[in-house]
Design a protein around this ligand. Structure first.
Ligand SMILES: Nc1ncnc2c1ncn2[C@@H]1O[C@H](COP(=O)(O)OP(=O)(O)OP(=O)(O)O)[C@@H](O)[C@H]1O
Length: 247
């Protein structure tokens, strides 16, 4: 089954259409990247799938079911988003415990203490972090909390929007390793937005290159690794990022 299927998706902000006719089929368990220049609509696609960009036409299917516009509780349990900036995405006055418990409370799920502790362990955080506030954590630890929060409802799909680009280079590798391990352990599907082609090579199976709100090319990561992207714009992107480790 497809984890995510987009068919002829157009997305607008007010009168401005920023995504044009995007169609994609991402298999369950696959890790798929959206790459391309700034403003090409990558994050907007994630937001539409998550229900955060309501002005769209076309079709969005999540695990075989068409999604409606706006917030959808069923989809929220299946698909969760992780943002670039873990400081901005965590509530500064909530303890890690409160942040991780909240989705369970909203969805009426019990056994909260055990689930929070288990999740902290899964993302490699000591239990003593549980009653700390975000400002008492490092950037990498905060991103681990953001990932933990996204996983509390045991979703099948994670939408990862530049998940490592706000972090120090040394910490980026730790978070990428964590994401790789979690995917393998839990059979997760990833849809990753990144500027960073080495991240795509490390974490993903396929990629779509976007420009001006359209998909230019879909390729396997093997093609990326061998510099064998076909379209001229994809080649430009490859040349521009060659030798660069971070975005
Ligand atoms: N909330 C918003 N209201 C109006 N326009 C927006 C909004 N968010 C994004 N846009 C516009 O939509 C277009 C696509 O933005 P989007 O953030 O999806 O691009 P992106 O490819 O993810 O870029 P980046 O890599 O810089 O994050 C851009 O032209 C942007 O200015």
């Amino acid at each position: 089954m497809s984890a995510i299927r987009l068919d002829n998706l157009d997305i607008s902000y007010g009168d401005t259409k920023v995504v044009h006719g995007v169609s994609l089929d991402i298999a369950e368990g696959e890790s798929f990247a959206l790459v391309g220049e700034s403003g090409s609509g990558k994050s907007t696609i994630l937001r539409a799938i998550a229900g955060l960009a309501p002005e769209w036409t076309g079709q969005i299917e999540v695990l075989g079911a068409p999604r409606s516009h706006g917030v959808d509780r069923t989809v929220a349990r299946q698909v969760q988003m992780v943002f670039q900036d873990p400081y901005g995405s965590l509530h500064p006055r909530k303890t890690i415990d409160a942040t991780l418990s909240e989705p369970l409370t909203i969805h009426g799920i019990g056994d909260r203490d055990a689930r929070v502790e288990q999740m902290l362990t899964q993302v490699g955080l000591d239990r003593r972090f549980r009653f700390r506030f975000p400002h008492q954590l490092s950037g990498g630890q905060r991103q681990r909390v953001a990932i933990a929060r996204a996983l509390m409802l045991e979703p099948k799909v994670l939408l990862l929007d530049e998940p490592t680009s706000a972090l120090d280079v040394s910490v980026q590798a730790e978070i990428l390793n964590l994401l790789k391990r979690l995917r393998a352990e839990q059979g997760l599907t990833y849809l990753v937005v990144t500027h960073n082609l080495p991240v795509v090579s490390f974490l993903c199976d396929r990629l779509a290159v976007m420009r001006h709100g359209r998909i230019v090319e879909v390729a396997d990561v093997a093609q990326l690794k061998h510099g064998a992207l076909v379209e001229p714009y994809s080649q430009e992107l490859l040349a521009a990022t060659e030798g660069r480790v971070t975005a």
